[in-house]
Design a binder for this molecule. Structure first.
Ligand code: ADP
Length: 206
């Protein structure tokens, strides 16, 4: 749990209610949180989904694990503590994006259940929807894909604390959506996400 450091600060409530903003901008904010092993397909699906949503005129934005580590979280590594802080910051950013009326797509391994649950709580506490998407791809398949050669390095001992190899991945217990990329095409995976959003009333049917 991160402690509040600053003391002489006061929350300033704005003049625009969320409903007024979303109504005027004709949008719905929420967070779709993709979690799964490295190379499971999180970034690929989130990117394709982002394109599909933009094609429909839906306000959406993608926060990508590696990309965020180049900027906002460039001072964080992969220790359990840094991974938790990585997810805590992203959770806060995702919450802000969702509040602004954006369908926010995050692709982070986010291996620890407690961190993802904290993100869920954060969203629910703010009255925002949190959709956990488990990109459920077997380790063997991820290792075979190995698009960045990271599994090879981890097996050779060149990367320590690699999720799935020598660091745990805690599977979601009750994700809103599970996607099995080893059994479905990318298009079908994206379609499953779109169907979920339509059924949840977040976007209109095509
Ligand atoms: P992650 O973001 O989870 O680390 P990436 O999206 O970077 O994973 O890599 C996933 C790899 O798996 C890509 O090379 C992608 O082309 C491949 N892949 C094969 N089938 C699928 C699928 N159905 N959905 C998503 N990715 C797939």
């Amino acid at each position: 749990m991160t402690q509040q450091k600053a003391t002489n600060i006061t929350w300033h409530e704005g003049d625009i209610a969320r409903e007024e903003r979303w109504g005027a901008l004709n949008c719905t904010g929420l967070t779709m949180w993709f979690t799964g092993l490295s190379a499971s397909g999180k970034s690929t699906i989130a990117s394709a989904l982002e394109q599909a949503l933009v094609n429909r005129g839906v306000n959406c934005y993608r926060l990508d694990g590696d990309n965020i580590r180049f900027g906002l979280n460039k001072n964080l590594g992969f220790s359990a503590e840094d991974r938790a802080e990585n997810i805590r910051r992203i959770s806060e950013v995702a919450k802000l994006f969702a509040d602004s009326g954006t369908i926010t797509l995050t692709s982070f391994i986010s291996p620890y259940r407690a961190d993802r649950e904290a993100c869920r709580e954060l969203h629910h506490g703010a009255g925002l929807r949190f959709i956990e998407v488990y990109v459920d791809t077997p380790l063997e398949v991820c290792e075979q894909r190995d698009p960045k050669g990271l599994y090879k390095k981890a097996r050779a001992g060149e990367i320590k604390g690699f999720t799935g190899i020598d660091d745990p991945y805690e599977e979601p217990r009750s994700p809103e959506l599970t996607i099995k990329t080893a059994e479905k095409s990318l298009e079908a995976c994206v379609e499953a996400c779109i169907d979920y959003l339509v059924e949840a009333g977040a976007i209109r049917p095509a």
